[in-house]
Design a protein around this ligand. Structure first.
Ligand code: F6P
Length: 342
């Protein structure tokens, strides 16, 4: 069999571990031939390929990013995009395409599956917002990087009696903010799921300072939104999937905090730092397990399925189950974190 592989959307640590696993089992165990597509769906539309072998994928397990490259190209956004994808798959004799992606990339895979493409999905995203899997790889690494940063900000905040506002990625879901905030002992955590009132945030911080603490840490997810009418935000450009470029809510929170409380406040936007560098051991193991399960699914002809983690086991679920609804943070976990607020 000839198996195609692509990585689409925002990159994340663990992608190379997944590619390596697909190639190793595909070639060494099944005797399949693995073809990589460069830059996500763009590489399928434009037929930009690279042969993947056990030899060419040696040494990539701990490497961040993706050796295939990635993009946010959406074949459904151009009139001939889908036809070109189908044409490439036919011309390159691809029997099955393993699509490693988040909500958008897998959304395209699911639609193409309905048009007859033989797709298998692998969930990845630092945001951890895909349903049907308990966790996506990339998330654990992002949380660890954010936690390390918060620990570092803690000591300098203490030295200078400052409020530190830390912005982390998390467009629709606040998983990274919540986990890193919990692990780093945040005094307030703002997430997209719960619109915040800046007056309440200031009150919590003032309450903490009245109790004798002279510094505070506020963790903000980039997608956090104020309660309507309480604070303005600037909006940016949109990508091919219609998402606005985020980044900046923490700046506004910082300005408001300074002017409303007079506390010396600084902002740190972690942004793409959370997506870069070497994956944690957890993400390497999860990505490897997903990669092995994906090549098994392709070999078995389990098209339209996505590999997922459920109760510690790798299972197959319909891709549709992962993308039909975003996995938002568990309110009970937010309640745990909020015990430590203010
Ligand atoms: O991949 C998801 C994500 O990391 C989001 O959290 C973030 O909003 C987005 O990617 C940033 O995308 P880009 O790298 O295209 O700026």
């Amino acid at each position: 069999m000839r198996i195609g592989v692509l990585t689409g959307g925002g990159d994340c640590p663990g992608l190379n571990a997944a590619i390596r696993a697909i190639v190793r089992k595909g070639e060494d165990v099944y005797g399949h031939n693995v073809l990589g597509f460069r830059y996500g769906w763009r590489g399928v539309i434009e037929c930009e390929t690279v042969e993947l072998t056990t030899e060419s994928t040696r040494g990539i397990l701990p490497r961040g990013g993706t050796i295939l490259g990635s993009s946010r190209t959406n074949p459904f956004k151009t009139s001939d995009g889908v036809a070109r994808v189908m044409d490439t798959l036919r011309r390159e004799h691809v029997d099955s395409l393993i699509v490693i992606g988040g909500e958008d990339t897998l959304g395209v895979a699911e639609k193409l599956g309905r048009e007859g493409a033989n797709v298998v999905g692998v969930p990845k995203t630092i945001d951890n917002d895909l349903s049907a899997t308990e966790v996506t790889f990339g998330f654990n690494t992002a949380v660890q990087i954010a936690t390390d940063a918060i620990d570092r900000l803690h000591t300098t905040a203490e030295s200078h009696d400052r409020v530190m506002v830390v912005e982390v990625m998390g467009r629709h879901a606040g998983w990274i903010a919540l986990y890193a905030g919990l692990a780093g002992g945040a005094d307030v955590i703002l997430i997209p799921e719960l619109p915040f009132d800046i007056a309440e945030v200031c009150e919590r911080i003032q309450h903490r300072h009245r109790r004798g603490e002279n510094f505070s840490i506020i963790v903000v997810a980039e997608g956090a939104i104020p309660v309507e009418g309480t604070m303005t935000l600037q909006s940016g450009e949109t990508d091919e999937f219609g998402h606005v470029r985020l980044g900046g809510v923490a700046n506004r929170v910082t300005e408001e905090l300074m002017s409303r409380t007079g506390y010396d406040t600084r902002v740190t936007i972690l942004g793409h730092v959370l997506r870069g560098g070497t994956p944690t051991a957890f993400d390497r193991v999860l990505a490897t397990r997903f990669g092995i399960a994906a090549i098994d699914a392709a070999h078995d002809g389990a098209f339209g399925s996505m590999v997922a983690l459920q109760c510690g086991q790798i299972v197959r679920v319909p891709i549709e189950d992962a993308i039909s609804e975003l996995k938002l943070v568990d309110p009970a976990l937010y309640d745990v974190a909020s015990v430590f607020f203010g």
